[in-house]
Design a protein around this ligand. Structure first.
Ligand SMILES: NC(=O)c1ccc[n+]([C@@H]2O[C@H](COP(=O)([O-])OP(=O)(O)OC[C@H]3O[C@@H](n4cnc5c(N)ncnc54)[C@H](O)[C@@H]3O)[C@@H](O)[C@H]2O)c1
Ligand SMILES: [Mg+2]
Ligand SMILES: [Mg+2]
Ligand SMILES: [Mg+2]
Ligand SMILES: [Zn+2]
Length: 425
């Protein structure tokens, strides 16, 4: 074995054994060991996760190791920690105290403070504060600029009150209070402002280099996880305003209340003014999205819509209908789209999907029949894929027979979770 190979082996052994002092010492001399893989394709972090060594994992993390690296089975160190039941390490690797996966659009950096929505005085003081952040939207698109860290990334333009003065007083601006920052002691408030005015005029001096994002998909997938979470909230509420301008009960004009979270009918005597009416509040559409597992446990079914990029297959999905449980919606949609009958259904995780305002409810379910007959109106093709084929697609192997949905979609997580559930470690 080469000297370098021996050094790496000593480093990986220290990780396996939880020897955090040796890890620190070796890193201070050769930092490049940090994300290196051994012969089995595992990094030091994965080994600490496998064996539950918290302190050793923390040393690697604080040294800046990359938590996204995957082994040959497409598993990150966090997946390994979850599989072996080391939840304290899984939490450390997620960087949060919650156990939910950190999926795009789901991160909440703001405390929504719904109790302040009707406190006009407090809102006015926040609006005037120099710390307050304003996000600008036009036709549901946020004002963004190219990201500082990576070229494909974009970031939200966070404007200050001086930059939006004329918009704040303008009658063509809609304002939504989003919340206050959780992490910052000063708790700066954030507002979304939607303007109907021509963006080219607005952009001239606001923020050089900024632009309104052209297309929500795939544009919004280029935001950082922090920004994406804020946009999920703001865009869904603004989309509701743009679609529900008039009272759904009687068609009269409405006024905006509760800092952008309510629209109240202006016609005295309207039925919507008595009792609680859900038409007055922002709407959310529940959608079930499911990975259908073969009865043999070794394959899963994926389908493709005509609009998907060539080669991409993803989980089946569909809107929950009125008067239906999630389990019934999963069984009905799978039956409609693929002709396959489903038995047990297990809920896993959800994702906000602000196009315009869906809540994706992610499930695994087990098929009881296997013959596929697709609904050609919605699905072009559906197939059973083996675990190995999913792993190849996940690590973008040359032999991969299909392309995974993007990592920002919950479909990607549902597939990854299935791979993580197997004992092939
Ligand atoms: N995040 C992800 O990974 C992911 C993956 C797949 C789909 N999605 C989202 O889920 C949504 C629903 O999936 P689908 O299109 O397969 O659903 P679907 O299978 O129920 O079929 C869509 C059709 O259902 C009808 N429909 C019923 N209720 C509706 C409602 N409330 N709003 C709009 N149309 C309704 C419409 O005719 C529509 O064309 C998609 O629009 C997409 O935005 C997200
Ligand atoms: Mg569907
Ligand atoms: Mg359908
Ligand atoms: Mg449907
Ligand atoms: Zn009305």
């Amino acid at each position: 074995m080469s000297v370098r190979g021996e050094l790496l082996q000593r480093f990986l052994d220290a990780a396996s054994g939880g020897d955090h002092e040796t890890l620190s010492l070796m890193l201070s001399q050769s930092r490049e060991l940090l994300d290196e893989r051994g012969e089995q394709g595992w990094t030091a972090l994965m080994l600490t996760a496998r064996n539950g060594h918290y302190e050793a994992a923390r040393v690697l993390l604080t040294s800046g190791c990359d938590t996204r690296v995957t082994n040959r089975s497409g598993q990150t160190a966090r997946d390994v920690a979850v599989f072996w039941g080391h939840t304290h390490i899984a939490r450390l690797l997620t960087g949060t105290d919650t156990q939910e996966p950190d999926i795009h659009f789901n991160r909440e950096i703001l405390d929504r403070m719904s109790d302040r929505r009707s406190d006009g005085e407090w809102l006015a003081s926040r609006r005037a504060s120099p710390e307050t952040v304003f996000l600008l939207f036009h036709a549901l698109s946020p004002l963004v600029r190219s990201g500082a860290e990576r070229e494909e990334q974009i970031e939200l333009c966070k404007l200050r009150s001086t930059a939006v003065q004329e918009l704040l007083t303008g009658s063509r601006t809609l304002e939504v209070f989003l919340g206050v920052e959780k992490q910052d002691d000063g708790q700066p408030a954030w507002f979304a402002l939607s303007t109907e005015d021509d963006p080219s005029q607005l952009l001239q001096d606001k923020d050089p280099g900024s632009f309104f994002l052209q297309e929500a998909m795939p544009g919004l997938l280029r935001l950082s996880d922090d920004d994406a979470g804020v946009v999920a909230q703001a865009r869904s509420v603004l989309a509701w305003h743009s679609r529900y301008r008039f009272c759904p009960t009687c068609g009269s004009d409405t006024k905006v209340e509760e800092a952008g979270y309510k629209r109240t009918c202006l016609r005295a005597g309207c039925r919507s003014l008595q009792g609680v009416h859900n038409t007055c509040y922002p709407r959310v559409d529940p959608v079930v999205i499911m990975l259908v597992l073969h009865p043999d446990g070794k394959q899963c079914m994926l389908g493709r819509k005509k609009i998907f990029p060539p080669g991409m297959f993803s989980c089946l999905a569909g809107f929950v209908e009125p008067g239906e449980t999630l389990e019934a919606a999963v069984r009905r949609e799978v039956q409609e789209e693929s002709g396959v009958q489903v038995g047990s259904v297990q809920y896993l995780s959800s994702q906000a999907w602000p196009m315009p305002s869906c809540l994706m409810i992610g499930c695994h379910c087990v098929a009881v029949t296997t013959d596929i007959k697709v609904d050609q109106n919605e699905i072009e093709e559906a197939r059973w894929f083996t675990r190995q084929q999913v792993m190849d697609a996940l690590v973008k192997d040359k032999q991969a027979v299909f392309i995974m949905p993007p990592r920002q979609a919950i479909a990607h997580y549902l597939l990854k979770h299935w791979i993580g559930c197997n004992a092939n470690l």
